[in-house]
Each structure stands twice: as C-alpha cells, then as structure tokens.
Design a protein around this ligand. Structure first.
Ligand SMILES: Cc1cc2nc3c(=O)[nH]c(=O)nc-3n(C[C@H](O)[C@H](O)[C@H](O)COP(=O)(O)O)c2cc1C
Length: 206
C-alpha cells in the first residue's frame, strides 16, 4: 500500500516528530511505501488565498503546491495525520493544509446544500498528542469535540474510512525516556494493527 503521512510540529526533536518517524519506519518494515510530508520543514504555506476559494478554472487555476499535495493524496491508499493538540485543535500549519488541500471539487462536493466526500476508497488514521490527561478531556466534553471536528467533520466527511484516532496524553517536555519508548512501541503497533499481515482494516483496494 501507498501511505501519505502528513505531520505538523515546528521542532524536529519533538515527541510528535519522533512518533512520525517511528510510524513511518514501521510501515516501511511492513513492506509498504510511505511518503512523509513534514509541513514545517518543507515550508508549506498554510494561508488560503482569495482565489483558492473559487472553483478551479482557467481564470482561477489551482496553486501548484496544492495540486502537488492533492496528487499525493490521490497516490495514497492511506493518509495518516500526526500533530499535537494546540488549544484542542490542530496547529495552524495543519489547519492551513486542510483549508487549502481539502478543497471543494477534490475532497468534497456540495450539491443543493448536501455535502459528500470524494476521497472514498482510502483509509485514514489520526495520531495526536496532548499535555492534558485524556480522562480529563473526556470528562469535560472536549474529547468529543476533538473527534467531531477533526475526525468526523474533516476525515470522515471527505470520504475516508476512518481506522483509528490514536492519542498520547500527558506528554510534557519532562516525559521520561521509559514512557516515551512505550509510546513509540504503541505507535508502531498501530501501524501493524491496521496495515500488518493479519490486518484487514487498511486493505481497501483488494
Ligand atoms: C500553542 C500550544 C497550545 C497547546 N494547547 C494544548 C491544549 O489545548 N490542550 C492540551 O492538552 N495540550 C496543549 N498543548 C500541549 C501539546 O499538546 C503537547 O502535549 C506538547 O506540545 C508536547 O508534545 P511535543 O513534544 O510533540 O510538542 C499546547 C501546546 C502548545 C505549544
């Protein structure tokens, strides 16, 4: 399978980036092809331009970087997004990627007010990190909001088969090496769970 991993974190040595490397490495060890798009290091422009709101036409052609990013999603059988929760949402860099790349006519279409996703046949996995404990986020209702807005409103709405939202909570700069290693083991297990020999969830093409 072809995998596109899109990751957003400004610090290369962050836990988020370590998760991305471990997940990508495990996919390759399983014999899959992966492309990681590290939005900060590639200098992705997250700012939606006025002309990009309009339907693509000869007068309003799609931006070259958006076309390239959309081609990568077309190429992929599975998309995995990886980012920390900032203010319970995705970093602006990742949100800008969604705003620009998940454009109308590519990720979704809207007819008479009814929206349908155009990316069916592909799988999606979401991997996030928070400082707060997950039970606290669940109790406050914040976790339901995260799932509704990020997993359902974006990935499921675009037509992806949503396989898992894997979340790592209580991640702080002083995270012990032991816990960090356990988390990296978990993210590798996530790749095997969905895309390993005995997995069925990610095998959409066959
Ligand atoms: C701007 C900013 C906003 C954050 N907002 C939240 C938040 O709303 N809830 C939360 O649990 N953690 C929040 N955090 C903490 C991060 O989610 C994450 O735990 C932390 O960045 C550690 O992961 P890292 O090493 O990959 O950066 C925030 C961090 C930053 C820098």
């Amino acid at each position: 399978m072809n995998h596109l991993i899109v990751v957003a974190h400004p610090a290369i040595e962050s836990f988020t980036m370590a998760l991305s490397r471990a997940y990508a490495g495990e996919l390759e060890a399983l014999g899959h092809t992966q492309r990681t798009r590290d939005l900060y290091r590639m200098g992705f422009d997250p700012v939606l331009a006025a002309h990009e709101i309009l339907p693509v036409s000869t007068a309003h052609p799609a931006s070259a970087d958006v076309v390239a990013a959309q081609d990568e999603i077309r190429w992929a059988d599975a998309l995995t997004v990886i980012y920390p929760l900032w203010w319970l949402s995705m970093p602006a860099m990742m949100k800008g990627y969604v705003d620009r790349v998940f454009a109308r006519g590519f990720a979704y279409e809207s007819v008479n007010g009814s929206v349908h996703g155009l990316l069916s046949g592909k799988a999606a996995v979401s991997i996030t990190v928070s400082g707060a404990p997950l039970p606290m986020l669940v109790k406050s209702g914040d976790w339901a909001a995260v799932q509704a807005l990020q997993d359902t409103h974006i990935l499921r709405a675009a037509g992806f088969k949503f396989l898992e939202h894997l979340h790592f909570d209580e991640v702080a700069p002083q995270l012990s090496a032991e816990i960090g290693d356990q988390h990296l083991t978990q993210v590798r297990a996530c790749a095997r769970r969905h895309f390993g020999e005995s997995a069925t969830g990610g095998r959409l093409a066959s």
